[in-house]
Design a protein around this ligand. Structure first.
Ligand code: ADP
Length: 740
């Protein structure tokens, strides 16, 4: 078994690297293994000196929320050379490190792979030159290596996403949203260049999330030589249709059909000539790597760091090097050699202008996103074929507002119109449906919705009962609604389920209906994520970061209350993302004894120098031990050692513009829901379903299964996957003082 772990960060930095370092260090210490940080990447390994330092629990305190990497990163020419790697091997052996965790991009991981393959040769050379003894060589016959992909480009094969990508998308959407508002004021055209090397992920997802007009990516160059004319025509048509702004997103690796790079000035010049107006260029550059990591990147890095330590501790001497990935929302261990090979294959395909192959090597969600994007950006829908049956599909929101509802509504309406159907918008949730607040939607009526929080259609939490159902039946008949898409939370699901049960009484309910999960609580069955929860998590993380900063000069414990009704998702994930030392969940219950233990722990911590306590409490964790009660209890017991403040985050969690993840998923799910409804209508069926993402796949659950999949009393699903992460949250908070 590995006895001593080394960790280093290398290559380009990525937000979340610190969270990974923290997780590796604390998990290793928890498991009783010594851990050393190698500062300044491979260069530190070659230079040795003071660069290899022992880490303790506190050396990684207070870093979860920081961008960059506190142990430094570098590009090392020396490590490219065998001689440099030999010195690195010597330094590792002298430091007694027999397992190395490398966080970096494909370059760094390629270096790690070579290092591992050469290890026994390097050791033999070191013995020969007398730099290490034969005994030392015998004690270190192998080096176990585990890689974590830290790269904002998301260009590594085998993992769905890499550390830093989500935050980079946050930076991109913030910038493009800001540019869009100024562009719209002046009716301007902007070209925004984003990073990504050979990978168009950031550009494509950024374009999808921001409702941009065009995207140029390396995997799929424009399929015509005169792409400049086509692009200009598209933008002109968009303006004619009423758009005020035109945004083109350009990936740094974008090329034309001949493999020639397309630069931002190429696009600018081409458009200026054809549009006869000034075109502005914004090159986003390093802001994309900067800033605080998003909630997702903090959680992802934490889970990956934990998995990396477990992997290295269970590695057998001749095991191949492993890279930790996330596939279908679960941690996976991949062969490093194989993943590097596949990653390079994409770059080679692009180089060889084999774009079909490059695209085929990307994930199916990438391909789907590209297809959806191409439809979404059309200035106007396809002309309707005369003989085509036009369905009348209604779209509505229901329940509490969730960021991303507008994005989903817009996507469904535009995609439906594009297919020639009549799209109806229902205002104000089921109340609106009861009162016939139904309106025909056109292409431009949803312009700008992609990025906006709240619900433009309007939503209420009213659950129709009794006579309401008659009214709804009438409205469905009057407006000749063929199918219904309900974007919402518990209200949406419960009502849809009730309508299904009432079908024998109301024949007009015999239409296909589908629910799309949109609730910050993430408490809906059949889906691991609901739209809005990611935005809410980011709001929680932003607020808690600020709360922590406010407490620097005092010894203070905060009890932060978050939403979620009876579902502890926001509390637990918020706890992992902010480094809380305790999370109170309704699912686990809260006992008086727990609170006593927590008070004792707080007292011990503050007496030995801790400055900040952070407890996160789900709003309904316990009806008696309320936030107020807990604060009073801690305050009384904390005496003059520490003071206590409540922070009830409240409705800020429901507001805000949707995060990139919520926008992208909202668009994807809306598109699939629409396909479902149209499929049902075309087949003459009228099944009803709720859609969800589970294990990375999309599932359509029969609406009749709704009550079987839930704990009705607590309005949450029976199966809650994230509860499995509670142990990791406890471990990271276990024995050390809280992050300050
Ligand atoms: P990234 O890891 O972000 O892709 P680089 O490609 O710049 O960044 O790689 C970072 C460092 O990893 C390099 O400076 C070098 O020290 C090491 N490295 C990269 N590729 C190799 C290689 N083929 N052999 C040895 N070391 C490498």
């Amino acid at each position: 078994m590995t006895k001593r772990i080394g960790i280093l960060t290398s290559g380009g930095d990525a937000q979340g690297m610190n969270a990974a370092v923290r997780s590796v260090v604390r998990t290793a210490l928890y498991k009783g293994v010594e851990v050393y940080a190698v500062y300044e990447g491979y260069q530190g390994l070659v230079d040795d000196g003071d660069y290899i330092r022992k880490m303790d629990w506190d050396s990684v305190g207070g870093i979860l929320q920081l961008g960059g990497t506190i142990i430094g990163t570098a590009r090392s020419d020396a490590f490219f050379m065998r001689e440099g790697r030999r010195t690195a091997a010597k330094n590792l052996i002298h430091a007694g490190i027999d397992g190395l965790i490398v966080i970096g991009g494909d370059g760094s991981l390629t270096g790690a792979n070579i290092f591992r393959q050469e290890w026994s040769g390097l050791v033999a050379e070191l013995v020969e030159s007398g730099e290490i003894s034969a005994e030392q060589a015998q004690a270190y016959p192998n080096l176990s290596i585990v890689g974590l992909v830290g790269s904002i480009d998301n260009d590594f094969s085998g993992t769905d996403i890499t550390i830093g990508t989500d935050t980079a998308l946050h930076r991109i959407t913030e910038a493009v949203d800001a540019i869009t508002s100024t562009a719209a004021s002046h009716q301007r055209t902007f070209v925004v260049k984003v990073m990504g090397r050979n990978c168009g992920y950031l550009a494509l997802m950024g374009a999808l999330a921001c409702g941009a007009d065009w995207v140029l990516i390396p995997e799929s160059p424009p399929d015509v030589d005169n792409w400049q004319d086509v692009l200009a025509e598209r933008l002109k048509a968009g303006r004619k249709a009423g758009r005020r702004d035109s945004i083109v997103i350009l990936a740094e690796g974008a090329r034309d059909r001949d493999g020639k790079y397309i630069g931002s000035s190429d696009v600018q010049r081409a458009l200026e000539e054809r549009l006869g107006e000034e075109v502005r260029v914004t090159v986003l550059g390093h802001v994309q790597r900067g800033g605080r990591p998003s909630a997702y990147d903090r959680i992802l890095s934490t889970l990956m760091g934990y998995e990396a330590v477990n992997t290295i501790l269970s590695a057998k001497p001749d095991d191949e090097p492993v890279v930790i990935g996330i596939r279908n929302n679960r941690m996976t261990r991949l062969s490093l050699t194989e993943s590097i090979g596949k990653t390079q294959a994409v770059a080679e395909a692009i180089e060889a202008k084999d774009y079909e192959r490059a695209m085929s090597l990307r994930s199916s969600s990438f391909k789907d996103a590209f297809k959806t994007f191409k439809t979404m950006v059309r200035a106007l829908p396809h002309p309707v074929e005369a003989e085509k049956k036009r369905l009348r599909i209604a779209v509505m929101n229901a329940g509490a507002p969730a960021p991303g509802m507008n994005t989903a509504s817009r996507a469904a309406i535009r995609l439906g119109l594009d297919m020639g159907h009549i799209m109806l918008g229902v205002h104000n949730g089921f109340e609106g449906l009861i009162h016939g607040e139904v309106e025909g939607m056109d292409w431009m009526s949803v312009s700008g919705w992609a990025t906006r929080g709240g619900s433009v259609l309007g939503t209420t939490r009213h659950i129709p009962k009794g006579r309401d159902l008659y009214s709804i039946a009438r409205v469905i008949e009057d407006f000749r609604i063929d199918a219904l898409l309900i974007i919402g939370g518990w209200t949406a699901y419960e009502t849809c389920f009730n309508m299904l049960k009432e079908r024998p009484n109301f024949p007009s309910f015999n239409i296909p209906m589908i629910c799309l999960p949109a609730s910050i609580n993430n408490n809906l069955p059949g889906s691991e994520f609901s739209i809005g929860a990611d935005t809410a998590l980011n709001s929680i993380v932003d607020a808690v970061d600020k709360i922590k900063q406010s407490a620097v000069a005092t010894r203070r414990c905060f009890v932060v209350e978050v939403m979620g009704h009876y579902c502890g998702y926001l509390a637990l994930m918020g706890g992992i993302a902010t480094g809380a030392e305790r999370v109170y969940l309704h699912e686990e219950g809260v006992k008086l004894h727990d609170l006593q233990v927590d008070v004792e722990k707080l007292l011990r911590g503050f007496r030995s120098g801790k400055r900040l306590g952070l407890m996160i409490r789900n709003e309904y964790a316990n009806p008696v031990y309320t936030t107020e009660f807990m604060c009073s209890l801690f305050e009384e017991e904390g005496r003059d050692v520490f003071d206590v403040r409540p922070a009830i985050l409240g409705h800020l969690q429901q507001g805000g513009d949707p995060s990139p993840f919520d926008r992208i998923q909202a668009t994807r799910l809306a598109s699939l829901c629409l396909d479902y409804l149209i499929g049902q209508c075309n087949a003459g069926e009228y099944n009803s379903a709720f859609i969800g993402m589970q294990n990375g796949h999309i599932h359509f659950h029969d609406m009749r299964d709704f009550d079987r999949m839930i704990q009705a009393e607590f309005q949450r699903p029976k199966d809650q996957w994230w509860l499995g992460l509670k142990g990791i949250a406890d471990l990271l908070a276990a024995s050390g003082p809280t992050d300050e």
